[in-house]
Design a binder for this molecule. Structure first.
Ligand SMILES: Nc1ncnc2c1ncn2[C@@H]1O[C@H](COP(=O)(O)OP(=O)(O)OP(=O)(O)O)[C@@H](O)[C@H]1O
Length: 407
C-alpha cells in the first residue's frame, strides 16, 4: 500500500438533479445521480472509477471538479474544500484540476486551430503570451506524440487517437496536479487505447500527476489503476487496491462485473454471473441495498437496511451486509451463492465513514432466509460453501467478535 500523501479527498459527495413539472415548475423529485460517495486520491496515484452505464461516474467526475455544482459534500484538494471557494478563488485552483473528455471530436472546437485550442488556457490563465504560447503548444504536441507542425491544423484533420492526444495536451497545458480522465479511451480502437493509456502512464511519472480514470470496463482500468472504486447506482460499492480487487472481489456486483471479462485461460475462468434486468432508476432507487434486486446472495436485511461501508480486509472497503459484523449471515448457503468465495480476514472493521454515519434504526435480525436472489448464475450448480472454500461461520465476521458501529 502506498504511503503517498492524499491529494484529493471526496467526502459524502452528492449530486441530485431536480425533476420539475407543471406550470410553476415545481420540483417533484430528483435523479440521485451521485448519492454520498467518499474516496481519496493520493499524489501520483490513479484511482479507477468503474460501473455500468448510468451509475453516475461522469456526474461524479464533473461534480468533484465543480463543472457541475454538487448538491452537498466536501472535496478537499490539498486539504482545502474547493466546494466552499468563490468563483474567483476557484479560478486560481482550476488550473490544477483538469479533465480529458470521452469524445475527443465533440470536446474540441472544430473552428479553432490546435494552437488556439491548447493555447487558450495558457493565455486565459496568464501563463504566457505571444510567441511563448506557440512555443509551449509545440512542446506539448511533441510530448504527446504529435508533430509540432500540426499546430495550424483543425480537429477534423486528425484521427480519433490523435484528437485524444490533443485533448491530453490541452489538459496538460497548465501543469495540473490532478486530471479526471472521463472514459478517455472508450471511443478508441483497442490498439490505440493501449497507446493512449501508455502515454497517460508516462506523463503521470514525468509530471507527477494523479488521475481519476473513469471507465465502464474493468479490463481497461486494470492496467492503469493503483486503486479501483466500483460504483453502483450513485454509490461506491467497493474500493480497494487494484490487485486485491481483482484477486479477491468482495461485493457481489464487482464479482459479476469481473466474471464478465473474457478470460483466455479456461482454468482461471470464474463462474459467469448474468445480472438480470437493468440498473434501477436513480429517481427511485431500491430500498435497503441498492443492488439487492439483482444480487445472487441477497438475504433479509438487504431489502430493508441500507448497508454501511465496512473494511473486512485492511484497505479494502465494501458496502455490503455480507461483511458487516452486525449482519453477516452464518448460513453457508448464502455464501455459496457467491460465484467467487471471498478471502475475509478475522479483523473486519467499520470504515471511518461508516462510524460517522447514522446507524440504521430498524435493523432486523440477520435472518438468513436468502431465498430470493434474482440474479441467475450460468453453468453448473454451485459447490457447497465448504467445498468452494467459502468462509465458514467461524471465519465470517461474527457479530460478537467484531467491533460494532458504536465502538
Ligand atoms: N443533467 C442531467 N439532468 C438529469 N439527469 C441527469 C443529468 N445528467 C445525468 N443524469 C442522470 O444521472 C444518472 C447518472 O448519469 P451519468 O452520465 O453520470 O452516468 P455514467 O455512469 O457516467 O454513464 P455513462 O457511462 O453512460 O456515461 C443517469 O441516470 C442520467 O440519466
Amino acid at each position: 500500500m502506498s504511503d503517498a500523501p492524499t491529494l484529493l479527498e471526496v467526502r459524502n459527495l452528492t449530486k441530485h438533479f431536480p425533476i420539475k413539472k407543471g406550470l410553476f415548475n415545481r420540483q417533484v423529485g430528483a435523479v440521485k445521480a451521485v448519492d454520498g460517495i467518499s474516496f481519496e486520491v493520493r499524489a501520483n496515484e490513479t484511482v479507477g472509477l468503474v460501473g455500468e452505464s448510468g451509475c453516475g461516474k461522469t456526474t461524479a467526475g464533473r461534480s468533484l471538479l465543480r463543472l457541475l455544482e454538487p448538491t452537498s459534500g466536501e472535496v478537499l484538494f490539498k486539504g482545502q474544500d474547493i466546494l466552499k471557494l468563490s468563483a474567483t478563488e476557484m479560478r486560481s485552483i482550476r488550473r490544477n484540476l483538469q479533465i480529458i473528455f470521452q469524445d475527443p471530436f465533440s470536446s474540441l472546437n472544430p473552428r479553432m486551430t490546435i494552437e488556439s485550442i491548447i493555447g487558450e488556457a495558457i493565455t486565459v490563465h496568464g501563463v504566457a503570451r505571444g510567441d511563448k504560447v506557440r512555443e509551449m503548444v509545440e512542446g506539448l504536441l511533441e510530448r504527446v506524440g504529435l508533430q509540432p507542425s500540426y499546430i495550424t491544423r483543425y480537429p477534423h484533420e486528425f484521427s480519433g487517437g490523435q484528437r485524444q492526444r490533443v485533448g491530453i495536451a490541452r489538459a496538460l497545458a497548465l501543469n495540473p496536479d490532478f486530471i479526471v480522465c472521463d472514459e478517455a479511451v472508450s471511443a478508441l480502437d483497442v490498439s490505440v487505447q493501449a497507446q493512449v493509456i501508455n502515454l497517460l502512464m508516462d506523463l503521470q511519472q514525468e509530471y507527477n500527476l494523479s488521475y481519476l480514470f473513469i471507465a465502464h470496463d474493468l479490463s481497461v482500468v486494470q492496467h492503469i489503476s493503483d486503486r479501483i472504486a466500483v460504483m453502483y447506482l450513485g454509490q461506491i460499492a467497493e474500493f480497494a487496491d487494484c490487485d486485491e480487487l481483482y484477486d479477491n472481489p468482495l461485493h457481489p456486483y464487482t464479482q459479476a462485473l469481473l466474471s464478465a471479462i473474457p478470460q483466455p485461460n479456461p482454468r482461471r475462468r470464474a463462474q459467469r454471473i448474468i445480472l438480470k434486468g437493468d440498473v434501477p432508476s436513480p429517481m427511485n432507487p431500491p430500498a435497503g441495498c441498492r443492488f439487492h434486486t439483482r444480487c445472487p446472495a441477497c438475504f433479509a436485511p438487504c431489502k430493508t437496511v441500507e448497508p454501511r461501508t465496512v473494511e473486512p480486509v485492511p484497505g479494502h472497503k465494501v458496502r455490503c451486509h455480507l461483511y458487516d459484523p452486525e449482519f453477516a449471515p452464518n448460513d453457508p448457503d448464502i455464501w455459496a451463492r457467491l460465484p467467487q468465495q471471498p478471502k475475509v480476514k478475522d479483523n473486519a472493521t467499520l470504515s471511518p465513514e461508516a462510524k460517522e454515519a447514522p446507524v440504521a434504526e430498524e435493523a432486523p435480525s440477520p435472518t438468513p432466509d436468502g431465498t430470493d436472489g434474482v440474479a441467475s448464475t450460468e453453468s453448473q450448480p454451485l459447490k457447497s460453501a465448504g467445498e468452494a472454500g467459502a468462509p465458514t461461520p467461524a471465519e465470517t465476521p461474527a457479530p460478537e467478535a467484531q467491533p460494532s458501529a458504536e465502538s
